[in-house]
Design a protein around this ligand. Structure first.
Ligand SMILES: Cc1cc2nc3c(=O)[nH]c(=O)nc-3n(C[C@H](O)[C@H](O)[C@H](O)COP(=O)(O)O)c2cc1C
Length: 371
């Protein structure tokens, strides 16, 4: 079995991430270049509009999920318990924060296991970094009876973090090894810097089950780590990363519907979520928003916000004429501005989105690969 060394600064870091992420209201990714086309004659009724969907063989009552946040400390344990109660009450999957702390020190296990105790029948996803070995991934999954495991990519965060691990050589091979030896689906996720077309292609070729694009616009870990490290990084580097909307379209273009692409990174508004789903995302993760609402306003406020987002999502769907998410993915979307310019320069046929549903060339609602 792999020997794991205890890293005493890891637990302190977990609580500092929470504190620093609370300093500002959660950021919203910029989806202002993506436009719905209003439908003034929808042949649907609001009570028929459903958010139900499937993801990697799992049936979900809503495409929303609570993305990886924390674990390891007493405070993280309380946060995990409250997030798990929220996930249970709202019927959402929940990803754990990195379980490395519990693999290093078994005393930290309870801070993750609490999620399973609070939500015995819920969908829980394990989480580790791309350094994970197959044995670590198996342990993380077993710890909570996870139905999937997330492997996170966070190069800029590690580079800015004082104690970061800056050895990235061989990470894709490590991911391949985990894929070979693990029974549950593996989601590879970014933590806020986005996934480009080229890396989405590599990940898909490696055999990952899904990609969570975790793009720029929400929680900013360069900024968080820079504060922890005493502001050593110049301001010009604080906005590094691919904006979520662009990363989502690049990843959808790369994968061509062969594996699910998940939108995350500043997704905490009903309109952003609707646009991401209409672009072709199969699910949408939120992390900074639930932590902020939970710790600033309490669990009931968080539950109210999730219900409000889901309600508004159904209103938006109806205003496009869509009664379900598959229909939403066939509705036209007009892409303008810098997003259109970026996609054009990258050779991605964004015009196909605008032609959907009007007797145009795409009846599936998913972008055909552009080459
Ligand atoms: C306080 C905090 C801690 C996080 N810890 C982890 C982690 O341990 N593992 C991970 O994969 N992502 C972690 N994330 C990243 C989120 O899962 C997500 O990818 C990122 O925050 C972008 O989503 P957001 O803009 O909705 O916050 C963390 C996010 C926050 C806010």
């Amino acid at each position: 079995m792999t020997e794991i060394k205890v890293n005493p600064s890891r637990l302190r870091r977990k609580d500092e991430h929470i504190d620093l992420s609370l300093r500002q209201k959660p950021g919203l990714a910029d989806f202002s270049d993506i436009h719905f086309v209003h439908n003034c004659l929808p042949e649907e009724n609001l009570d028929r509009v459903t958010l139900e969907t499937t993801l990697m063989g799992m049936t979900l009552r809503s495409p929303l999920f609570i993305n990886a946040v924390t674990g390891g400390t007493a405070r993280a344990c309380r946060i995990n318990a409250a997030l798990a109660e929220t996930a249970r009450e709202c019927g959402l999957p929940m990803a754990l924060g990195s379980q490395m702390a519990a693999l290093e020190d078994p005393r930290a296990r309870a801070t993750f296991e609490i999620v399973r105790r609070v939500n015995p029948g819920g969908l829980i996803w394990a989480n580790l970094g791309a350094y994970a070995t197959p044995e670590m991934a198996r342990q993380a999954v077993r710890m909570v009876g996870a139905s999937a495991v997330q492997i996170h990519l966070n190069v800029p965060q590690e580079l800015v973090m004082g104690e970061g691990d800056c050895r990235f050589h061989g990470r894709l091979d490590r991911i391949r090894k985990v894929l070979e030896h693990i029974q549950v689906p593996v989601i590879v996720k970014e933590v806020g810097f986005g996934i480009a077309r080229e890396q989405a292609l590599l990940l898909m070729a490696a055999g990952v089950s899904a990609i969570d694009v975790g793009g720029r616009g929400g929680t900013n870990f360069v900024s968080i780590e820079n504060r922890r490290a005493g502001a050593k990084i110049s301001p010009c580097l604080l906005d590094w990363g691919i904006p979520t909307a662009i990363s989502l379209i690049e990843s959808l273009d790369a994968t061509g519907g062969k594996i699910p692409v998940i939108a995350a990174g500043g997704m905490g508004s009903s309109l952003n979520i609707a646009k991401a789903l209409a672009l072709g995302a199969e699910a949408v993760g939120i992390a900074g928003l639930p932590v902020y609402l939970l710790l600033k306003r309490g669990r009931q406020a968080l539950i109210r916000e999730i219900r409000k987002i889901e309600h508004e999502l159904r209103l938006i769907m109806l205003m496009t004429g869509a009664a379900n998410l598959d229909a939403l993915r066939r509705k036209p979307l007009v892409i303008t501005g810098i997003t259109a310019e970026w996609l054009e320069r990258r050779g991605i046929d964004y015009g196909a989105y605008a032609r959907r549903g009007s007797g145009g060339n795409d009846i599936t609602g998913r972008m055909p690969p552009s080459r």
